[in-house]
Design a protein around this ligand. Structure first.
Ligand code: ZN
Length: 476
């Protein structure tokens, strides 16, 4: 792998080192204004030292000391953010996970938010090396190990059983300088969950989480949760008090929650809850792609997807976990999965109406079958549009709301002077057709330019590294 990245640096002109940040002018380009859903045509965009310097009307002149990138007929947008990914699967998969970093970049993903797993020390090291320009890949924001209860099914968490444990956990996360806090609910007690959210917020972190079914969305919003991860909780919000009450008294099993939520869903109640969440600043990361894929395991075979060539065998082997879990389902359970997914995804317009912040993320990474690192975010955007967002709203969910989560809106997410030169040059207008995000002509990261040819070369190298996996494939 070391050889691979050394070779990459030569191929892409050593730009990942960060020492040769180019002075560029993207000339005569259509600048996409995502916030206002409009185009600024015929602009020259100047970039110096990794930052956008200025944007001026196009002039047919050569600018001294700025290399020209011809933007004629092309569309310039800020780099994409995948705001929910995972790196994990144990230390034996470190290299395969590391190989995902250039894969993200080659798909125009210039920032990822890692929502915890079991290889946090490595992820924190990559975050450092990426920020120093020593590794090729997106900006990396990470929660480090997430907070859970004692003896949960997840590996790599900080497990807490009481308030003293919580305080110790927060202290250790401070030392790791994590970017946000992730909390899940497999064995974490509801009252301790709320205290964890409060303490993390009191320490100025944004907090994301799965939510114990015994708690209502209103309770977690009051505690200060920044984002709810996964859309299913907003289906439950249509009967929140009833379900939380039944669940906390032991009258409901976890797998009975979504079917019941679907059966008794009350639109007015849901909208009122979403409005409350919006008023408290609690947003949603829908992760529609993973739900769409897992709910359709029965009718779609992904094992021939050409994208699998970019993933190491060890990572692909982790895909069997979800497939096996779903394999025991009978026809009724499969039908219910389809219905729950459709009902849940169809809530997107109601969420928009409420004013809640929507943040685009995929859940790409180990375990999450066929939710592909890189391509996945583009498919998530397509799903968000399919279920009711305009292309501009979908782009905003990735590009503007990602940085806003970290209070970095003054630095990332806009093609404006003073903003980071993390940019995509597209062949088609993404405001007209969201799939245009996949027509990437060039990527710029921190002012370093990667042409289409260089991006293809990166993809080629990723594929070669993936082929050299030390693992044998599991076939069932
Ligand atoms: Zn996740």
């Amino acid at each position: 792998m070391k050889g691979l990245f050394a070779l990459l640096f030569i191929l892409v002109g050593m730009t990942a080192q960060g020492q040769q940040k180019g002075n560029w002018v993207v000339s005569n380009v259509n600048v996409v204004d995502i916030e206002n859903d409009s185009l600024l045509t015929a602009k020259d965009v100047f970039i110096k030292g990794g930052t956008i310097l200025s944007i001026v009307p196009h002039k047919n002149t050569k600018y001294k000391s700025f290399a020209i990138v011809d933007g004629t007929g092309k569309y310039l947008i800020p780099g994409l953010w995948d705001n929910h990914v995972h790196f994990g699967g144990g230390d034996s998969l470190l290299e395969e996970n590391k190989n995902l970093l250039p894969l993200y970049l080659a798909h125009g993903i210039t920032a990822v938010r890692d929502a915890a797993a079991d290889i946090s020390p490595a992820v924190l090291q990559w975050r450092k090396e990426l920020s120093e320009g020593k590794l090729l890949g997106p900006r990396l924001f990470t929660s480090g190990p997430k907070i859970e209860g004692i003896n949960s099914i997840w590996i790599g968490d900080i497990e807490i059983g009481d308030e003293a444990g919580l305080e110790k956990a927060i202290d250790s996360l401070k030392k790791l300088e994590v970017d946000f806090i992730k909390i899940t609910d497999n064995t974490l007690k509801p009252d301790l969950y709320l205290k964890a959210v409060q303490l993390a917020r009191a320490n100025n972190w944004p907090v994301s989480g799965h939510i114990p079914y015994a708690l209502t969305m209103k309770q977690v919003a009051d505690a200060g949760l920044t984002t709810i991860e996964h859309m299913g909780y907003l289906l439950k919000a249509g009967a929140d008090d009833v379900i939380s009450n039944l669940y906390s008294k032991g009258f409901l099993q976890g797998r009975e929650v979504m079917p019941l939520a679907l059966a008794v869903f009350d639109t007015a109640k849901a909208l009122a809850t979403y409005r409350y969440l919006a008023s408290k600043g609690t947003g949603i990361v829908p992760t529609l792609l993973i739900s769409s894929i897992t709910s359709n395991f029965d009718n779609t075979n992904h094992w021939n997807d050409s994208y699998l060539k970019y993933l190491g065998t060890g990572l692909k082997n982790t895909y069997w976990w979800r497939i096996k879990r779903a394999a025991g389902d009978n026809a009724d359970a499969i039908e219910m999965r389809h219905r729950v997914f459709e009902a849940t995804a169809s809530l997107i317009p109601l969420v928009v109406q409420s004013g809640m912040t929507i943040i685009a993320g995929t859940d790409a990474g180990y375990l999450n079958s066929f939710v592909y690192p890189g391509l996945g975010l583009h498919l998530e955007l397509e799903l968000l549009v399919k279920y009711g967002l305009t292309p501009a709203q979908a782009l905003k969910a990735s590009i503007l709301n990602g940085p806003a989560y970290f209070k970095l809106s003054n630095k990332y997410g806009k093609v404006e002077a003073g903003f980071a030169a993390d940019l995509l040059l597209l062949d088609e207008n993404p405001l007209k057709n969201i799939s245009a995000t996949q027509k990437i002509h060039a990527v710029m990261k921190s002012g370093n330019l990667f042409s289409r040819q260089q991006l293809d070369q990166i993809l080629n190298e990723v594929q070669i590294a993936a082929t050299n996996s030390k693992f044998k494939p599991i076939t069932q």
